[in-house]
Design a protein around this ligand. Structure first.
Ligand SMILES: [Zn+2]
Length: 265
């Protein structure tokens, strides 16, 4: 497998749960312009993925089970189940702690096909993960963030390239641990914070100017919020934007660090 291609992080949507017009917050890791991993799959994100790439995602990571992050999975089930080429082959990487919640939220609906004969997970290759996972020749770190109850929401990082927080309060200790080099940091940020999300004041207080310089903020309420972020010196994503990424750390080294809970330096 080609693991040397150039990487980019593309935002399918940048809105909070109410800001449907901004798209559901989600990104795609692209390698040489092709989707390698979709991160979160709300309704609008799934539509945006189909529109951009013309086919369903082949691999996904889900940060948590709010519907603006998983609402597209039922549509994905129907698309994939009736596609003999893809049925059972779409990889869905999910933190093990999140599997029971995802089961309750999307997989427990009685008989996904009216005529019976199908289980929700038949469409997917469900891969429960803990510290991280291998995909496409890369090692991705996975870590619990601060959203609602402990260990119900998870961020993801590819050392050297990017860290995506998912929905969270500030997590400076995790950014320092998983992305202390040249990584781009895609961070939850609204103009106003609340007990489950980061606000502009929180972001300014929790992170150094050097760390903020590597950030792209997303998950805001309305288009005009972008001006507020720009005035604070922050880069902000719009739906459809793609950002070139630095090459990842050697995958075996990254996986070893994850196994041992180690630091880069
Ligand atoms: Zn959420």
């Amino acid at each position: 497998m080609d693991t040397d291609g150039s990487l980019a992080l593309r935002f399918l949507g940048v809105g909070n749960a109410q800001a449907v017009e901004l798209g559901s917050a989600a990104v795609v890791l692209e390698r040489d312009g092709a989707p390698l991993l979709m991160i979160d799959c709300g309704q609008e994100a799934f539509s945006a993925f189909l529109e951009r790439y013309g086919h369903v995602p082949e691999a996904l990571f889900v940060t948590h089970a709010h519907f603006d992050h998983i609402g597209g999975l039922e549509r994905l089930f129907y698309r994939v189940y009736f596609d003999a080429e893809r049925r059972g082959r779409v990889k869905l990487y999910v933190a093990a702690d999140l599997v029971p919640i995802l089961q309750q939220r999307v997989a427990n609906y009685p008989s996904p096909l009216a005529e019976g004969g199908a289980n929700f997970w038949d469409a997917f290759q469900l891969v429960p993960v803990d510290r991280g996972f291998w995909h496409g020749g890369c090692w991705f770190d996975v870590f619990a963030v601060r959203h609602h109850l402990p260990r119900t929401a998870f961020g993801i990082a590819l050392r050297g390239s990017f860290l995506f927080t998912g929905d969270t309060r500030p997590i400076p200790e995790l950014v320092a641990f998983h992305a202390d080099g040249a990584e781009l940091i895609a961070h939850d940020c609204g103009v106003q914070g609340n007990p489950s999300h980061t606000g502009l004041d929180d972001l300014m207080a929790a992170y150094s100017a050097e760390t903020r310089a590597r950030m792209i903020v997303y998950h805001y309420a309305k288009h005009s919020d972008r001006d507020v972020f720009a005035q604070a010196g922050l880069r902000v994503a719009s739906a459809g934007d793609a950002f070139a990424l630095a090459p990842p750390m050697d995958a075996t080294q990254a996986a070893t660090l994850a196994q041992h809970g180690g630091r880069v330096r």
